[in-house]
Structures are given as C-alpha cells and as structure tokens.
Design a protein around this ligand. Structure first.
Ligand code: C5P
Length: 296
C-alpha cells in the first residue's frame, strides 16, 4: 500500500514562551506544500527498510521505524513490515519531511490492520513522535499551538505557489531552539512582514541566521524581488520560502535565483496548500469508500 506524504511550511512562527517540560509554546500557521515523499508499506514475514537515501537507517534513529514500533505496541500486533521510502523532501530543512513520513506510517498501518485505532488515538501517537507529526495526520492549513500539536483548521486560498531554497546544510531543530533560549530577550522576535494573510514572522530566524550566514542573504534577495509576496524561513530552517502567484512566476524566480546562487542550493517550485486532506481522510475509518484515494 502506497501514499504520498506532503511537506509543510510555517507561514508564521511565534514563540510564545518556555514550558516546564523544556519545549516552547508556539503559535504557528502551518500549510501543506505540494512536495511529496513516497511511502510504501506491506506486511511481510521479516522486517525490512529501503530508501533512496543511503544515510537513512532502518533502525530507531528513523522516525518511520519509531512510528511503526509505536503502532505495533499500541495496536498489539506482532506483524513485520516491508517499508520503502522514496525521499524528495530534503532532511534538516524545516519542511517536516520526517514528521510527514511518520504520520503517513501510522495512517497506512492503521488501514493495513483494519482501523484498530481511532483518529484521536492516531493524533495522540503522532504527538509522542514529534511536535509536527499531528499536523500531518490531517495535512490541512491549520493554526497550531502548544508544542505545535494542538490544531485548529484555518482557511487559506488555493492556487498560490511557493519557491523553496535550501542550501547544502541542514539545521537541527533542537539546536535552533537552544540558540533561541540563549538570545537576549530583545532579540527573541523575527522581523515582521505585512501580507494579505496578516502580519507574519519567524521567531527562530534571529536564533539561526547569525550561525548560517547564507540564509539571511537568500531571504534578503527574495524579499527584494517584486514577484515574491513574502520571504521567510520555514520552521527551524534551513529552507527559505517565497510565496508567488503562479507556477510560471515560481519558475522564473527559480531561474533568476540559480543565476545568482548557482546549482548547489536545492530549490523547488510547488503548489502551496494543495488539497491533500482528501488523501489523508481516505485513510480514516469514517471515509472508507470505493473511491479509495491513495495516489500511486
Ligand atoms: O518535537 P520535536 O522532536 O520535533 O522537537 C525537536 C526539538 O525541538 C525538541 O527536543 C526541543 O528542543 C525543540 N522544540 C521546542 N519546542 C517546540 C518544538 C520543538 O523547544 N514546540
């Protein structure tokens, strides 16, 4: 059984405070992005894991494997799985790729086993795996609070596109938050930008930018472009995104970007806020239908 797992961006990311468990309380607007990993899971006699990225091990350092183990324990099954993961979403990018793969694993296994877990149980398991994982159970535009796992759907227009740029390095989320903790309080706030969707910012930018000097250079270059409505870092980086009006605008921005920054920065032009929730909804018990919408 196969599923496409979308990426996300944080349209805005406000850090509201420090929690007693060491995490930070957030207020963040997350949107799915039309860039997908491809995950395939089948029940087999022995456990196996295969990926197009050799650095991804089939052990508990891998969020997909942790998701499978958590599912097995919770649903009390001793089944083994053949798991294949084709990554298109870069790692350490702030695009939620690993979280999306983990959420997709829970959804696929729940379907494979005849829906033993409810949607609430899946959300609870997702929250144990990571702060961003619950977002990908629904994969729809949402205002997210607490660690990021408390979600409220929020309307966002369809039809816009996004340009993504990620340099050859990634940023560790834990490292970004600890750099944020060390900042003087006056610097604990990203630069605000007024947009059609409100005043937006990313409070992790002042924590990440001083260490990764190429990121503010990319952001400033995108901000000055008349065709980019908004340029911000996504999550803890290292991706900087720019919202554009159409695919062709995104492609011409991409061409101009490559002339300046060269070929060593990974870039992508994708749909912003594509309809992925139908795909995910089809994996919930309430939505089983003849029209099973698992994309190949
Ligand atoms: O939840 P997740 O495993 O994605 O978080 C990775 C790290 O990011 C945590 O260990 C924590 O240091 C930091 N974090 C945080 N507050 C959040 C989310 C993540 O401090 N709301």
């Amino acid at each position: 059984m196969k599923i496409l797992t979308p990426a996300k961006i944080n349209l805005t990311l406000e850090i509201v405070g420090r929690r007693s468990d060491g995490y930070h309380d957030l207020a963040t607007w997350m949107l799915p992005v039309g860039l997908y990993d491809r995950l395939e899971i089948n029940v087999k006699d022995v456990q196996s894991f295969e990926s197009n990225l050799p650095e991804l091990e089939g052990d508990s350092s891998n969020l997909v494997i942790r998701a499978a183990e958590l599912f097995r324990r919770t649903a009390t099954t001793d089944a083994c799985y053949d798991i294949r993961l084709e990554k298109a979403i870069p790692i350490g990018a702030g695009l939620g790729g690993g979280s999306s793969d983990a959420a997709a694993t829970l959804l696929l296994l729940n379907k494979l086993h005849g829906f033993p877990l409810t949607s609430q149980e899946l959300h609870a398991l997702a929250a144990q795996l990571g702060s961003d994982v619950p977002f990908f159970i629904d994969a729809q535009s949402a205002w997210c609070t607490s660690r990021g796992e408390v979600m409220e759907p929020r309307e966002f227009p369809r039809g816009l596109w996004i340009f993504l740029a990620k340099p050859g390095f990634g940023v560790s989320t834990a490292g970004a938050y600890s750099a944020y903790t060390a900042l003087p309080s006056l610097q604990k706030r990203g630069r605000e930008v007024t947009t059609p969707w409100g005043v937006l910012r990313n409070d992790l930018e002042p924590a990440v930018f001083p260490k990764y000097l190429l990121l503010p250079v990319i952001k400033d270059w995108l901000t000055k472009r008349a065709d980019a409505t908004l340029a911000l870092m996504s999550g803890s980086g290292s991706t900087i995104f720019a919202v554009v009006q159409s695919q062709s605008e995104g492609e011409s921005l991409n061409a101009a970007f490559r002339q300046v920054f060269g070929e060593r920065v990974w870039t992508s032009v994708c749909q912003l806020n594509p309809e992925c929730s139908r795909l995910v909804a089809s994996l919930h018990r309430s939505q089983i239908s003849e029209n099973f919408d698992l994309r190949e």
